[in-house]
Design a protein around this ligand. Structure first.
Ligand code: NAP
Length: 305
């Protein structure tokens, strides 16, 4: 295994990928983005074409680790049959392509670890059940997607690469992801509970999510699923109230469940009307130092004002 400090990052232009790429040099790593190209070279000699099943790596750049974040946006478009295919291919097929490419490297050049994104959607809709990494998978499109996504890393595991799947909750940042989408309606005073508002919202502030990925590079004692959520899970009504308070806006306008189902169909049901009460049991076990364990302090600290 290589002990170099090069870290290959897929999905490097995304919300997490940008933040992780910025943090890596300060932690003593060199970030090598795995750019999506179609046969062109890149300054680092690393590129991939996931639909073609192709990964090109420069053998002169031995890898310490791979941070794998790539995937088409889950909430970017309605879940038509075609869109579901894109969501699956960009995660399940792309992960298998990457894992096979890493496994095919000579043993001395293989990275020690592959730290991949997954999602708490793997637990399905479980009401108020407290979910840990030991909990069973759930049902539904997201649950099956996340299960198959994690399983697709098997060739890397089989080749002796330590695979960690960070099951992310909603990553909070005012500059991207779900929170950015919520800010405009909330600023206009149009925020409020969704459905009955009792669905659990497990979230993690972007700086903590970045910290979890970086921590996992060095934790040779950790493998398998790791819940990437803050300890302070809360129900959606309370989440809306906290967000309204941070923005100094009322949150009295409810969005009925029927409207969500009519507007967003299956996507609305799984992403907005269902929730998971997830505990970061493995992060507790390694005493991960959350900077933002509770939403109240997190929102102003990450720039939601
Ligand atoms: N943010 C959250 O709240 C959250 C919650 C749970 C799970 N996750 C998962 O964590 C990962 C990173 O999240 P993020 O918020 O940083 O996502 P993001 O901002 O949507 O970025 C994902 C990146 O994946 C690459 N990508 C886009 N379409 C692709 C395709 N069709 N095939 C292959 N790659 C594609 C792009 O990077 P390049 O152009 O550089 O390739 C894109 O910037 C995602 O897989 C996401 O599903 C995120």
């Amino acid at each position: 295994m290589s002990s170099g400090q090069n870290v290959l990052v897929t999905g490097a232009t995304g919300l997490l990928g940008t933040a992780i790429s910025e943090r890596l040099p300060g932690e003593g790593f060199r970030c090598i983005p795995l750019e999506r190209k179609k046969g062109e070279s890149t300054p680092t000699g690393a590129w991939w074409d996931p639909p073609a099943g192709k990964v090109v790596l420069d053998p002169a750049l031995p890898l310490r680790s791979v941070i794998h974040l790539a995937g088409a946006g889950i909430a970017d478009k309605l879940w038509t049959k075609e869109r579901k295919g894109v969501l699956r291919e960009s995660r399940v097929d792309a992960t298998r392509t990457l894992a096979l490419a890493l496994a095919a490297l000579p043993p001395k050049d293989r990275p020690e670890s592959m730290v991949m994104a997954s999602g708490i959607g793997i637990y399905g809709s479980r009401g108020d059940e407290l979910l840990t990494e030991e909990s069973s998978d759930g049902d539904g499109f997201l649950a099956t997607l996340a299960r198959d996504w994690e399983d697709a890393a098997e060739p890397a595991r089989a080749a002796g690469i330590r695979v960690v799947a960070v099951r992310l909750g909603m990553v909070l940042s005012p500059s991207g992801g779900a929170l950015k989408k919520m800010l405009t309606p909330f600023r206009l005073g149009l925020g409020g509970r969704i459905g009955n508002g009792l669905q659990n919202v497990s979230w993690i502030a972007l700086p903590d999510a970045v910290g979890v990925f970086l921590t996992m590079i060095g934790r040779e004692d950790v493998q398998g699923p790791v819940n990437g959520v803050a300890p302070g899970c809360l129900i959606q009504r309370a989440f809306a109230r906290e967000l309204g308070q941070a923005l100094r806006r009322p949150t009295v306008l409810p969005v009925p469940a029927l409207a969500v189902k009519l507007l967003f169909g299956e996507m609305g049901k799984e992403l907005l009307l269902s929730g998971q009460r997830v505990e970061p049991t493995r992060l507790f076990a390694i005493r991960y130092p959350f900077r933002y364990p509770h939403l109240e302090g997190a929102l102003p600290a990450i720039g939601v004002v």
